[in-house]
Write a protein that binds this ligand. Structure first.
Ligand SMILES: Cc1cc2nc3c(=O)[nH]c(=O)nc-3n(C[C@H](O)[C@H](O)[C@H](O)COP(=O)(O)OP(=O)(O)OC[C@H]3O[C@@H](n4cnc5c(N)ncnc54)[C@H](O)[C@@H]3O)c2cc1C
Length: 419
């Protein structure tokens, strides 16, 4: 345990005088030991948040987060940073409400500027069944303290002036909107770096360039550790937090999970003057976007429905998303697109997460994170509770593997693209 350097205006001035050469390292790279109480695989959002809460809430600091690449370089770096709690089910909404609240407090809690920007999401609705579905959500969300409010077509157009398509002659005219004021965006690498700095200060270790090749079980079948490219690490508790690669790892312990891996993509435009100050979500058309602080339009669509581990973008998915966007925002045809990329997500049959201790004693998983960026703080909080106490946290009880034994699905669609 060592003191965390306090980031403040005064420290900025102090280090500025020294030409910024005196900043201490945000986290150490200690030697890798051959055993820990807990090994967490994957230094993405969920792995780091779990380590953070294990140390902070449960005093467990003999822990190592092992990462095959660099921390924060996985899907957390590939996502479009939409944070929201407009989910459908009684089981889901409180979980996401908690996550949004933890995100709002994160800059202060971690003393790291996550640039949290609470900017509201507006769903642009183009058919009546979708409107009914959203109104139904509104009533459930009301119970759990999340906000959703219906607005007229005229109000939608007033709040999003660039929305000039979808008029009365369109195949699907805009009929109204739903406003989710809790929705936000923030800076994904600050989230990863902020957690990493705090874990390190509390005594936890992060080992980058450390790839787990297989899970190791003892004679009794329980988890015994992990085989990595840097040797065997023993641990009685191992948590798999590797996002799209969950099944490739759990299969090494003879465990099959009800997950499929799919490719989800995004792309950004050149920076332009401020055009849209809310997150725009068009579930009927199948795309969403927000404008970054730099002015780029950050645009996403639906996942490619085929299973794959690809990290690029499929041409037809890209074309579908762009043509949907141009049908509602025709002036965007002048935008030059700068970059596009993809990531891979593992998705359960009901599109809800899986967080549980598996049939392999001591082996935990956090997976099925379809839109799992928004879930990072609550995911870490609740998985740490399970790992430390052996009991599911009340916010995630519905998300354990038990639901697949009894077909107690928590059916959730992706919400943004409604698939
Ligand atoms: C294009 C796109 C847009 C998205 N937009 C949103 C959005 O707007 N809002 C939202 O809520 N979610 C969004 N998501 C989903 C979100 O990014 C993921 O659900 C979430 O980041 C997954 O959790 P993670 O951060 O822990 O995963 P990751 O960042 O992928 O972390 C897993 C880590 O495990 C490491 N790893 C893998 N295998 C091994 C191994 N064998 N040994 C050691 N380490 C290993 C990886 O290198 C990686 O760093 C989006 C995803 C994509 C791809």
């Amino acid at each position: 345990m060592h003191d965390m350097h306090n980031y403040s205006f005064a420290s900025l001035l102090r280090h500025g005088i020294n030409k910024h050469t005196t900043w201490p390292k945000a986290w150490r790279s200690p030697p890798l030991r051959d055993s820990y109480d807990v090994v967490i695989i994957g230094a993405g959002g969920h792995g780091l948040a779990t380590a953070y809460y294990l140390a902070k809430e449960h005093g467990l600091t003999n822990i190592a987060v092992v990462e095959r690449g660099w921390l924060g370089g996985g899907n957390i770096a590939r996502n479009t940073i939409t944070i929201r709690s407009n989910y459908m089910r009684d089981e889901s909404i409180p979980f996401y409400v908690k996550s949004v609240a933890l995100y709002e407090a994160m800059t202060r809690e971690l003393n790291f500027n996550t640039m949290h920007s609470k900017r509201t999401m507006i769903d642009v609705i183009q058919n009546y069944p979708m409107m009914r579905d959203r109104r139904r959500r509104q009533h459930i969300m009301d119970i759990y303290g999340s906000t959703y409010e219906q607005i007229s077509e005229a109000e939608v157009r007033k709040r999003i002036p660039a929305l000039t398509g979808g008029g009365p002659d369109a195949r699907l005219p805009v009929i109204g909107g739903m406003v989710h004021t809790d929705a936000a965006v923030n800076r994904h690498d600050a989230v990863a770096w902020g957690y990493a700095r705090a874990i390190d200060a509390m005594g936890g270790e992060i080992h980058q360039q450390t790839a787990v090749e297989s899970l190791v079980r003892g004679a009794d079948g329980a988890i015994e550790g992990v085989q990595t490219n840097r040797g065997l690490i023993r641990a009685k508790k191992v948590a798999v937090a590797v996002s799209g690669h969950t099944t490739t790892l759990t299969e090494t312990a003879g465990l099959t999970l009800p997950l499929r891996t799919m490719n989800l993509t995004a792309f950004v435009s050149e920076p332009v003057k401020p055009l849209v100050d809310v997150i725009v979500n068009c579930p009927d058309a199948g795309f969403y976007f927000s404008q970054s602080d730099k002015g780029e339009m950050v645009i996403g669509g639906a996942p490619d429905m085929g299973q794959s581990f690809r990290r690029d973008i499929k041409q037809h998915v890209f074309e579908d998303t762009v043509s949907a966007m141009l049908s509602l925002f025709p002036s965007f045809k002048k935008l030059k697109l700068m970059r596009q990329w993809g990531g891979h997500l593992d998705i359960a049959k009901d599109a809800s997460p899986i967080m549980d201790e598996t049939d392999v004693p001591g082996l935990f998983v956090t997976a099925g994170w379809w839109g799992g960026y928004k879930a990072i703080p609550a995911g870490g909080l609740t998985l740490a509770h399970l790992v430390a106490t052996g009991r599911p946290h009340e916010l995630m009880e519905a998300f354990t593997l038990k639901r697949f034994r009894h077909l107690d699905y928590v059916m959730e669609t992706g919400t943004t693209t409604a698939r």
